[in-house]
Design a protein around this ligand. Structure first.
Ligand SMILES: C[S@@+](CC[C@H](N)C(=O)[O-])C[C@H]1O[C@@H](n2cnc3c(N)ncnc32)[C@H](O)[C@@H]1O
Length: 235
C-alpha cells in the first residue's frame, strides 16, 4: 500500500510550527535513549523537514533522512544549505524498499512518524532491513492510550473507541495539525506485536510527561499518558 504525502499541502505550517528547538519531552527522551551517536550511521525515517536529522548530525552521527513529502524534503535540504551537516536526504516512501545500496545502519529513528505512516508493517520491515544485527530502532509517538482532552486531539477520535483502529481526521477545535493531515490510530498491542513479529526485541519503554506549561493549560488531558517512546533492538 503506497503511502500518501499529506504533508505536501501543509509543509510551511509544519516546518514553521515544529522548529529546530528540540524541547518536546518525547523527542528529548528519544535522543536520550539513543545515547551518544557520534560516528554512528543513523536512518531517520519520516524525517519531515529534518529537525531530528539535524540534531542527530550535530551530535556527530552520519545521517540519512527519508520522507514521502517532497515539500518537506525540500525544506530539509534548504535548512542545511548554508551549514552543511553531511546529511543525505531521500524523497521516499519508507513503507517500501528504497535505495537498496545503502549500507547497514546502527540506528533507525522515527520521531512522530508512525501515526502518519499508513502501513506500519511496511515501515517495520524497512527499519529491520536497514539495521545491522544488534542495531537500534527508536521511535516516539503520541501515546496510543491518550484520549485527548479539551482542545487537544488524542490518538483516536473523541466519538470512537480505543479499540477501533484506522485513519481518522480531527474536527472542531481539536489540534489543527491532526485536523489537516489526520492520523492512524493503532493500539499499543498492535505496535508491540508488529515490531516483535519483524524480529525486534523491546529494550526500553518510556512515557515521558508533557511539559509543565502544557500540562497546566490542559489539566484534563494531562491526567493521561501523552507520549510513548520505545527502543527496540534487532535480534
Ligand atoms: C509529524 S511528521 C514528523 C516529522 C519529523 N520526524 C519530526 O519529528 O518533525 C510525520 C511525517 O511522516 C511522513 N510520512 C508519512 N508517511 C510516510 C511514508 N510512507 N514514508 C515516509 N514518510 C512518511 C510525513 O510526510 C511527515 O513528514
Amino acid at each position: 500500500m503506497p503511502g500518501v504525502a499529506r504533508y505536501d499541502e501543509i509543509a510551511d505550517f509544519y516546518a514553521e510550527g515544529w522548529t529546530d528547538v528540540i524541547d518536546d519531552p518525547a523527542s528529548v527522551r528519544l535522543l536520550d535513549m539513543l545515547g551518544p551517536v557520534a560516528d554512528l550511521r543513523v536512518l531517520d525515517i519520516a524525517c519531515g523537514h529534518g529537525r531530528i536529522s539535524r540534531e542527530l548530525a550535530r551530535r556527530g552521527a552520519a545521517v540519512v533522512g527519508a520522507d514521502i513529502s517532497e515539500a518537506l524534503i525540500a525544506r530539509a535540504r534548504a535548512a542545511v544549505h548554508d551549514t552543511p551537516l553531511g546529511i543525505r536526504y531521500l524523497h521516499a516512501d519508507v513503507t517500501e524498499p528504497f535505495e537498496p545500496d545503502l549500507p547497514p545502519f546502527d540506528v533507525v529513528a522515527c520521531a512522530f512518524g508512525l501515526s502518519d505512516i499508513d502501513d506500519l508493517d511496511g515501515a517495520a520491515a524497512t527499519a529491520v532491513r536497514a539495521l545491522r544485527p544488534g542495531g537500534v530502532f527508536a521511535c516516539a509517538i503520541l501515546h496510543p492510550c491518550f484520549p485527548g482532552g479539551r482542545g487537544v486531539s488524542g490518538s483516536w477520535p473523541g466519538d470512537a473507541r480505543h479499540h477501533t483502529e484506522g485513519w481518522w481526521r480531527a474536527d472542531g477545535e481539536l489540534s489543527s495539525l491532526r485536523r489537516r493531515v489526520g492520523a492512524n490510530h493503532r493500539t499499543l498491542s498492535t505496535y508491540v506485536n508488529t515490531f516483535r513479529r519483524h524480529g525486534l526485541r523491546l529494550d526500553e519503554l518510556d512515557e515521558p510527561e508533557p511539559a509543565p506549561a502544557w500540562a497546566a493549560g490542559r489539566p484534563d488531558a494531562a491526567r493521561f499518558p501523552v507520549f510513548l517512546v520505545m527502543k527496540w533492538v534487532k535480534q
